[in-house]
Write a protein that binds this ligand. Structure first.
Ligand SMILES: *[C@@H]1O[C@H](CO)[C@@H](O)[C@H](O)[C@H]1NC(C)=O
Ligand SMILES: *[C@@H]1O[C@H](CO)[C@@H](O)[C@H](O)[C@H]1NC(C)=O
Length: 310
């Protein structure tokens, strides 16, 4: 009783109706929470019109022109469809992540901690309504549902950051422990992969080194190729109905915000491998594509008029 009243007070202080028991960053508090935090690995098999699994992987802060010239990203492009006219929504990072799951930036215009009202819906509401399983995989998050930022415990370097976790700003997600339990780390990704328990919709965020944020385009390109190559031949991940998009959150602030995005996976027909699609897309296309594929309806935001990939 006392415990839940305390939690409620913390919740009000940190954003109405968001959970607050997973925000501590001290070593002992994190170890304690890690021992008890719920982890869920839901699966389902709802057929879509073009694909049965949708995977998005987000890298950081490069213009299209630079990224397409990276040898590893160019190699990956050669194995799929290059979307050569794809734009991020805005700057800086966080509103792009927010927009890609909710259909709007909802006033988020910086990388600070934001709490979006519990009445604001996201793609996971549409997925849940249709019984389509989903999870977030965030490299180096210390435990499922963790809601703060986490540094490398040996070097102190930024590692997992809340601003690159697309659903964490939404109280409709963080007020629900079952939803928090589907925000997982890469340990869980590989466990779910090995157990053949990956969901139908997933969002993958590499850590601050591997996504290029605190390193270089070359690091992000190398990581992407090394991460994806074994997965593309693993049928627990990639079947003939898996669609993968490798993209960036945004371009540099001096460019047009055109970014590299490539469609990969078995849902790309062999006739399309190595081709280029010059249709104009943006991050709202990620929503429209998923909504169209599974006939989910829409969020009534910028997803409505976005262009789907198929
Ligand atoms: C990843 O999350 C799981 C589930 O909460 C946790 O048991 C595990 O220790 C985490 N892995 C790392 C490397 O932090
Ligand atoms: C990110 O992950 C890689 C392994 O994939 C690791 O070598 C690197 O140290 C991690 N970055 C940070 C900041 O911990």
């Amino acid at each position: 009783m006392i415990f839940s009243r305390t939690s409620a007070l913390f919740a009000l202080a940190s954003g109405a109706y968001a959970q607050s028991q997973y925000t501590a960053t001290g070593t002992a508090a994190v170890a304690k929470a890690a021992a008890t935090a719920l982890t869920l690995s839901p699966t389902s098999n709802v057929p879509g019109s073009t694909f049965n699994r949708f995977v998005q992987i987000w890298l950081e802060n490069q213009d299209y022109s630079a990224a397409i010239a990276d040898p590893n990203l160019a190699y990956l492009a050669s194995r799929g469809i290059t979307l050569s006219n794809y734009f991020a929504i805005t700057h800086p990072s966080q509103p792009n992540y927010v927009a890609a799951v909710g259909g709007d930036t909802f006033g988020v215009a910086n990388d600070n901690t934001h709490y979006i009202s519990a009445s604001t819906k996201t793609i996971v509401d549409l997925l849940d309504n249709a019984g389509i399983s989903w999870s977030l995989y965030q490299e180096d998050m210390p435990f499922s549902g963790f809601e703060a930022n986490w540094v490398n415990q040996e070097t102190g370097a930024n590692d997992y950051v809340r601003k690159h976790n697309p659903l964490m700003s939404y109280n409709s997600v963080t007020s629900d422990t079952d939803r928090l339990a589907k925000s997982k780390n890469f340990t869980m990704f590989y466990e779910d992969l090995d157990n053949n328990e990956l969901p139908q919709w997933m969002f993958i965020t590499p850590n601050m080194t591997n996504d290029g944020h605190d390193s270089s385009l070359a690091t992000a390109g190398t990581w992407s190729r090394n991460f994806l190559t074994p997965l593309l031949s693993n049928t627990n991940f990639n079947t003939d109905s898996t669609l993968i998009i490798l993209t960036f959150d945004e371009g540099t602030t001096t460019g047009t915000n055109q970014i590299y995005s490539v469609l990969l996976g078995g849902a790309v027909s062999s006739a399309k491998v190595g081709t280029t699609d010059n249709t104009e897309y943006n991050h709202y296309s990620l929503l429209k594509t998923v909504e169209t594929n599974w006939n989910l309806g829409n969020l009534g935001q910028n997803d409505v008029d976005a262009t789907a990939f198929f």
